[in-house]
Design a protein around this ligand. Structure first.
Ligand code: PLP
Length: 460
């Protein structure tokens, strides 16, 4: 190891505070340190190559090492490195807002920029509260969201999040958020107590829970429903057929805003620009971030329906909310260049064409006794691990700890696959490669998963 490499690893251990990380893991071993990326691959500080099975963190849609995005950033920094969107505009933010409006479904034409996803969620809740105050329904402020769903870490977004373990240390959080069941059809029997529901029946049942929650809270007090097109935490729960259509009807019936949190799902992850295109619905607000720049610069956005902007159009009202770096010129320029790549290379078409093969590759793992369920959409898949495939029995907390933290994450990484072994719900492995990945990468992913999962089973 060279001296500069040694210095980096020491600084990572001594000074860097990693996110969502048990630092005890790295008391004795070095922090895995990634120095470079190219296409669907990343390289660590020792030069070892890994397949990036998670696109960084559901971010790097066009793949690593794209010179043209780096050039777009440099050109913009030279021209206008920074100006805020506080009472002033700059060309790239305006152009990007117009482009997002043209891509978003329905009349979602007003774009409020942030620096990331949690801020977009935060912005959407605040807008929902203020909108209803301004149209004479001041009691409407509550939010309905789904169990185990992750919506970010700012205190409002965390309050909307449905993972108790992530919230407890920070309570009390923002009051007024209520949880309903998610669309985990694999566990539908346990969730509903009704055996054998079809996906359609379960989807209807789950959507009805939203209506019941609104009624129990009092429709006059509920402002918004937040849901992801495909729920990430818990392991990629797709919406059963009819689910989003029923949510739309319920929100219309009770005058509640439907917020589609697409921080992961937007920008091609499902093979479409936005989730509504894939599952045929039009929300009132989309929250998005991650893939907008493929991670070459940070940005997020709340895209709102025209009618939500109406009360702010005239008179003295303003949305008293903002972020210094929201819609940063460099990030906006990179986002535009990123969307150019999407068009030029038809990435949406590529994902749609390759989705069946990716799915088939992962579904072939169902031969293994440890694989209970394979689910997802586009390039966004979860593999649920179970102790008993027939009974769907899951692992105890201790077994899960031993399996996921003690073995799987590291074994997959050592075998050359960076992906996620997650236990925010039942134990799952998640795959979400860059959108440029294809048959060759799928084969590699499948091969590594197969051998590591076999070993995991043998160790149980
Ligand atoms: C659905 C969803 N919402 C919000 C967030 C928070 O985004 P960020 O980490 O950019 O704040 C995430 C992050 O993964 C997410 O998946």
């Amino acid at each position: 190891m060279t001296q500069p490499e040694h210095d980096v690893l020491k600084a990572a251990q001594d000074n860097l505070w990693l996110h969502f990380t048990r630092h005890s893991t790295y008391q004795k071993s070095e922090v895995p340190t990634i120095v470079r990326g190219e296409g669907s691959y990343i390289y660590d500080i020792h030069g070892k190559r890994y397949l990036d099975g998670l696109a960084g963190l559901f971010v790097v849609q066009v793949g690593h090492g794209r010179g043209e995005l780096a050039e777009a950033a440099a050109k913009q920094a030279q021209e206008l490195a920074f100006f805020p969107l506080w009472s002033y505009a700059h060309p790239k933010a305006a152009e990007l807002a117009q482009r997002l409006a043209s891509l978003a479904p329905g009349d979602l034409n007003r774009v409020f920029f942030t620096t990331g996803g949690g801020e977009a969620v935060e912005s959407a809740w605040k807008l929902a509260k203020q909108y209803y105050k301004l149209i004479g329904k001041p009691l409407k402020h509550k939010v309905i969201s789904r169990q185990i769903a992750y919506h970010g870490t700012p205190q409002g977004a965390l309050s909307i999040t449905g993972i108790p373990a992530f919230k407890q240390m920070f309570e009390p959080l923002v009051p007024g958020s209520v949880r309903v069941p998610n669309t985990n059809h694999y566990r539908a029997d346990e969730i509903t107590g009704i055996p054998g529901m079809t996906p359609e029946e379960y989807g209807f049942w789950a959507a009805e829970r939203v209506a019941r929650a609104i009624e129990m809270e009092g429709p006059d007090t509920v402002a918004a429903v937040f849901a992801e097109p495909v729920q990430n935490a818990g392991g990629c729960f797709p919406p059963p057929p009819g689910y989003w259509q029923r949510l739309r009807e319920i929100c219309d019936e009770y005058d509640v805003l439907l917020v589609s949190d697409e921080v992961i799902c937007a920008f091609g992850r499902l093979g479409t620009m936005f989730g509504g295109e894939k599952f045929d619905y039009v929300p009132d607000i989309i929250t998005c971030a991650k893939g907008m720049t493929s991670g070459y610069a940070p940005i997020g956005a709340m895209i709102a329906h025209d009618r939500l902007f109406e009360p702010f159009k005239n008179g003295e009202e303003m949305f008293a909310h903002g972020y210094t770096f929201g819609g940063h010129p460099v990030s906006s320029a990179v986002a535009l260049a990123n969307l150019d790549i999407f068009e030029r290379e038809d990435l949406l078409g590529h994902v749609t064409a390759n989705e069946p093969l990716f799915r088939a590759t992962l579904e072939s793992l169902k031969e293994l006794p440890i694989v209970g369920d394979v689910r997802g959409s586009g390039y966004f898949w979860g593999i649920e691990l179970v102790k008993d495939r027939d009974t769907k029995e899951t692992f105890s907390a201790e077994e899960s700890e031993r399996l996921l933290r003690g073995f799987l994450s590291q074994a997959l990484f050592e075998a050359g696959l960076y992906c996620r072994a997650d236990d925010r719900g039942d134990p799952v492995i998640q795959l979400a490669p860059p959108l440029i990945a294809g048959p060759k990468e799928f084969e590699e992913i499948g091969g590594i998963l197969r051998s590591v999962l076999k070993e995991a089973w043998a160790r149980l």
